[in-house]
Design a protein around this ligand. Structure first.
Ligand SMILES: *Cc1c(COP(=O)(O)O)cnc(C)c1O
Length: 383
């Protein structure tokens, strides 16, 4: 298979500070909610939720983490050389139409693959027949997520098929919650019941060498009955609840702070419009600082004239449209602004006016989307 290893473009001036201690303490606190032997699967898909997959794996590879979960085989290929003590779990179910060399690559490397179709097992059996390779499979049971799981009755048959095939091993059984982040957990507990019924009916709960797992971050925090053998945590590991929680049982510390320097300063007289579309007109003589970051770097266009940033301890307004790679802030009220001074664009405090929760609110989205948008060319600086 062709592996793309071009030198990536990195912008040194756009800086995502990654705080290792926050990440490690989040993992520790999440694990403290689970029984001691519960495995911990660190979800690092989507460039580790925008934090930088290589950087996050590098911090966690010596931590008390059992699995790294990625969305696709391409991410597994990308991090495999760094991962020695953990296993890699590929979340996207293996498709019967997958490139043939993907199957042997997964099997040879010992990667674990989610599966939810009979055809995919047939395909694996064909690809690996005659070899000594055994592929680790996790059956994804549909309990109410309504995405890519297989109905319980069919999942039982899939388990039997995996058991019969000499080149596959039933390494796990999993499901995924649709609403564990909501206040009303009725539906999530219905899903849990369906999953438990499936496990009991097919005598799967205590099989040696088969990991049962269901919980995402929200379920790890709010549904202790859903921990089983392993929890899969993404957003909480990066310091956020799926949605802000009033009475969170553990502390979660944001792992990333995004900064960029003031690239230029400009005096604009009262009564002039700024930036595309003339969406902002100065009402006074205004000192504007140009920040070399825009929607192409992951800072949403809809933040125009709404969002705040921090210059030192001063809160400043984003004025006018956010361009592709530039935006403007009003620094009139701040005495001594200098070119090169760092502006905090995404803060690492939950209640900050430029924190991820505040930005998600402004953009009418969830904190996942704000984080994952931070572009890969932003320079990750590890602390
Ligand atoms: C992304 C994902 C997770 C992690 O979800 P968080 O809410 O970020 O903890 C867990 N399981 C599966 C199957 C996922 O796709």
């Amino acid at each position: 298979m062709k592996i793309y290893r071009q030198q990536p473009l990195i912008r040194p001036d756009l800086q995502a500070h990654i705080y290792s201690e926050a990440l490690l303490s989040n993992v520790h606190n999440l694990k403290s909610l689970c029984p001691p032997r519960t495995k911990f699967c660190a979800v690092v898909k989507a460039n580790a939720y925008g934090h930088g997959i290589a950087e996050i794996v590098n911090i966690l590879k010596t931590a008390d983490v059992d699995f790294f979960a990625v969305a696709s085989i391409y991410e597994a290929i990308h991090i495999a050389h760094m991962v020695k003590n953990q296993s890699i779990l590929i979340l996207e179910p293996l498709a019967p139409g997958a490139p043939p060399d993907h199957i042997s690559l997964c099997a040879k490397n010992g990667w674990h693959c989610v599966i939810s179709s009979f055809e995919a097992v047939d395909f694996i059996a064909r690809m690996l027949s005659g070899s000594k390779h055994i592929l680790n499979l996790h059956v994804n049971v549909e309990t109410g997520m309504g995405r890519c799981g297989l109905d319980p009755a069919e999942s039982a048959a899939l388990v039997a098929k995996i058991d019969q095939c000499p080149n596959t091993h039933l390494a796990g059984i999993c499901t995924h919650f649709a609403t564990a982040d909501e206040t009303d957990l009725t539906y999530a507990y219905q899903q849990l019941n369906t999953f438990n019924d499936f496990l009991a009916k097919n005598d799967l709960a205590n099989r040696e060498d088969t990991i049962i797992h269901a919980a995402n971050s929200a379920a790890t925090i709010k549904m202790p009955e859903s921990h089983f053998d392993m929890v899969r945590c993404g957003i909480s590991m990066y310091g956020y609840s799926s949605r802000p929680m009033a009475d969170a049982p553990i502390a979660l510390a944001p792992v990333m702070k995004l900064q960029a320097p003031v690239a230029g300063l400009k005096q604009i007289p009262a009564g002039h419009s700024v930036s595309y579309g003339r969406s902002f007109t100065t009402s006074r003589d205004t000192t504007v600082a140009i920040v070399p970051l825009g929607y192409a770097d992951g800072y949403w266009r809809c933040f125009a004239n709404k969002a705040k940033m921090l210059l030192g301890s001063h809160l400043v307004n984003v004025i006018g449209r956010v361009s592709m790679d530039q935006l403007l802030i009003d620094v009139t009220d701040i005495g001594d602004v200098a070119v090169g001074q760092m502006v905090t664009i995404i803060d690492n405090h939950h209640d900050s006016p430029c924190g991820v929760y505040a930005l998600a609110d402004l953009a009418d989205t969830i904190c996942y989307e704000i984080l994952t948008c931070v572009h890969a060319h932003v320079n990750r600086i590890i602390h």
